[in-house]
Design a protein around this ligand. Structure first.
Ligand SMILES: [Zn+2]
Length: 674
């Protein structure tokens, strides 16, 4: 909850995914079995690259999506599982880090103790909510719930100041919803109406599990729905939130007080223990105006039902199985189409990663990632950066003034590979072996206070926003840095036994993707120092918009399921990054060849292997529910379109496979931003 504004802008390679079942290690380089050689690469390159894999890899029952990223994540999970099983065995030889992560995991795994405790771990909080006697008396509880990570009403934390990006400031952002996005509350199609009815029923059942009689539970669920719907109506939509100018509103505390006097803000900040400050970023003022009317118009008992719900929801995973199963029934089955709950150990590995990520990450790095991996990846990063330098110098539509700024920004990009230079110290987090829920609350509190303590301080450029085992990567425009966790620097993304072509098509393109984010529809608004400032001449900005619109139109035409279109505006940044990234990686590969044509491998040319390297990292399946959820909320297009949408814009691809005009993989006119 306390990583709001950065999370708003950070562009990752894919959305965070829950984990699932074991798979075999991938062979080095391309996976020929994954291909469908009977498919015509010029008709449907995705089918050609992934057809074999698609035919032989059903979605595991505890997953809603399954792809090459998930396979790697599954391997990482198995590694983390071993680490945690070993660390959880009580032994006097355990170091401090092993004790902490081991005891955290052991407490989470102790289902017997959790069942036996019943509601006892959450009863004190429920009693405090029940005892609230007036609206102003809600404040201490609001503070406590926010500190514990419950999503009550809004989000509050710290962020680099978008216009003074070396300094951390306080920020308040919209929040407080139980459904995935504000649109879920306001859309009127049959699908959305039915989903809201199921959500309402779920909230009611959770109240019943607390012991509320059915009529009261159902009335409380309705109260929750009314409050969340009102908040949703005041919240900004996802496409608008891509525009950093729409989510930066720095104001004084006094201005926030007049916007939303229903919250005693100075007392709230003091209650959180935040350092004193005079001004903050209120990302979406209209949301806080809406919150004010919700607080004024809603009866106290309804507000208390809402607090109870958000608290219960935030703790559901570590409560007795009746709550865990009910939670999965809605958020797993209904919303994503997963058939089965993940085994307990997977959930507990994930919880440990969330709570103590840089402690668990140290052990993961020790086991999997040597200095050699870091050095080789860095070389590759430098090659891709060199390719972008060449590209920016060549781009015909940029005027010299803007080009100079772009090159300046590129030169200032910081590269972060594998894991942080300095590990976070969790010694202040008290972890005990028989209190899973308490451990989780204390870890959340540690994280909240760590974030709050940054207010008014300089930004720490060494900090990471993902843990080392994560199979993902990101660009942060406020830090102007690209970040590649150790978790993704392995097959099929990167393998030092594989040929260059397949490595450049996979990890090379991932690196190019992150780098291009600095110059996509969102990243381009930030300068070399990470400040929100317009360094574009109006004519260059217009040229950029024109080219970006081509990608908006292209991707909007794709339908993951019949009748459901990809949102071309929501996915524009990612599509720009995919298209730019693959081109940069191709340039870098050609650079290393220095005009020499290497012999074919497995009957495939270097260029063909390069494009297959790209195609094969995106082999992917989704349940229909997951496909819908992603179409509504995910800034990334589905794998199929990340492959075909990009290659069909590239003459280099068409040359590699001898495609000709009129075939589907030859787009005319082709889109190109970078
Ligand atoms: Zn991305």
């Amino acid at each position: 909850m306390f990583r709001l504004a950065p999370a708003l802008l950070v562009s990752s390679l894919l959305v965070a995914q829950p984990p699932a079942p074991a798979s075999k290690p991938a062979p080095p380089g391309l996976d020929l079995q994954a291909m469908d050689p009977s498919a015509n690469p010029c008709q449907d390159f995705y089918q050609y690259a992934c057809g074999g894999w698609l035919a032989s890899h059903p979605i595991p029952s505890d997953r809603s999506t399954w792809g090459r990223f998930d396979e790697v994540q599954e391997r990482n999970l198995a590694t983390l599982h071993q680490i945690l099983e070993k660390a959880s065995a009580p032994s006097p030889d355990r170091d401090a880090v092993s004790q902490k992560i081991g005891n955290y995991y052991a407490a989470c795994m102790d289902e017997t103790a959790i069942e036996k405790s019943g509601l006892a771990p959450i009863q004190p909080e429920l009693d405090r909510i029940a005892a609230i006697a007036s609206k102003p008396a809600m404040l201490p509880e609001l503070v406590r719930l926010q500190i514990e990570g419950a999503n009550v009403f809004f989000q509050f934390g710290s962020t680099p100041d978008e216009k003074d990006s070396k300094k951390m400031i306080a920020a308040a952002d919209q929040g407080g919803l139980g459904l995935p996005d504000r649109d879920y509350y306001v859309k009127t199609d049959a699908e959305s109406v039915a989903l809201r009815a199921k959500y309402l029923a779920h909230v009611g059942r959770m109240f019943e599990l607390l012991g509320e009689p059915a009529p009261r539970a159902s009335a409380d669920a309705k109260a929750v729905m009314d409050i969340e719907t009102a908040l949703a109506k005041g919240a900004l939509d996802l496409v608008s939130r891509r525009d950093p100018n729409k989510t930066y509103h720095k104001m004084t505390v006094a201005e926030l007080v007049s916007l939303c006097p229903g919250v005693d803000w100075p007392s709230f900040f003091r209650g959180l223990g935040a350092p004193a400050f005079d001004s903050l970023d209120v990302t979406e003022p209209n949301f806080f105006r809406t919150l004010e009317s919700v607080l004024v118009q809603t009866p106290l008992d309804n507000l208390k039902a809402y607090l109870r719900w958000q608290y219960l929801h935030s703790e559901a995973g570590l409560l007795p199985s009746a709550f865990v199963n009910e939670n999965f029934d809605f958020y797993g089955k209904t919303l994503t189409g997963a058939k089965e709950l993940q085994p307990r150990w997977k959930r507990c590995v994930e919880y440990t990663d969330t709570a103590l990520g840089e402690a668990l990450g140290q052990k993961f790095v020790d086991e999997t990632f040597g200095a050699e991996g870091k050095k080789r990846t860095l070389e590759l990063v430098h090659q891709i950066e060199h390719a972008m330098d060449t590209d920016l110098k060549d781009v015909a539509w940029m005027t010299p003034a803007t080009r100079e700024q772009a090159l300046h920004k590129l030169n200032a990009v910081a590269d972060k590979i594998g894991y942080p230079d300095r590990w976070r110290d969790y010694s202040a987090v008290k972890v005990v072996r028989d209190d899973a829920l308490g451990n989780s609350d204390r870890a959340a509190e540690f994280e909240a206070r760590r974030e709050l303590a940054k207010i008014g301080k300089p930004v720490d450029p060494k900090e990471w926003g993902m843990t080392p085992p994560t199979v993902n990567a990101y660009y942060n425009p406020l830090m102007n840095d690209i970040n590649f966790p150790a978790g993704i620097l392995q097959p099929p993304f990167y393998d030092n036994r594989a040929d260059d072509a397949s490595n450049y098509g996979a990890i090379g393109a991932v690196i190019g993707h992150e780098l291009t984010h600095g110059f996509d529809d969102q990243g381009r608004h930030f300068d070399a120092a990470g400040n929100l400032s317009d360094w574009w001449t109006p004519e260059d900005a217009k040229e950029f918009e024109k080219r970006a619109q081509c990608l908006v139109d292209e991707y909007s035409s794709f339908q993951p399921i019949p009748g459901v279109h990809v949102n071309g505006k929501l996915t524009l940044g990612e599509n720009t990054a995919d298209n730019g990234g693959l081109r940069l990686a191709f340039m870098a590969l050609m650079d290393t060849l220095k005009g020499v044509t290497p012999p074919k491998i497995d009957g495939l040319s270097t260029s063909q292997r390069f494009f297959l390297g790209w195609g094969q990292i995106w082999c992917q399946k989704r349940t229909e529910e997951a496909a819908r959820l992603r179409a509504n909320t995910d800034p990334h297009a589905p794998g199929e379109f990340r492959v075909n949408g990009v290659v069909s814009n590239m003459p280099e691809f068409q040359q590699a496979f001898s495609c000709h005009l009129g075939q589907p993989m030859v787009r005319n006119p082709a889109c190109r931003v970078w």
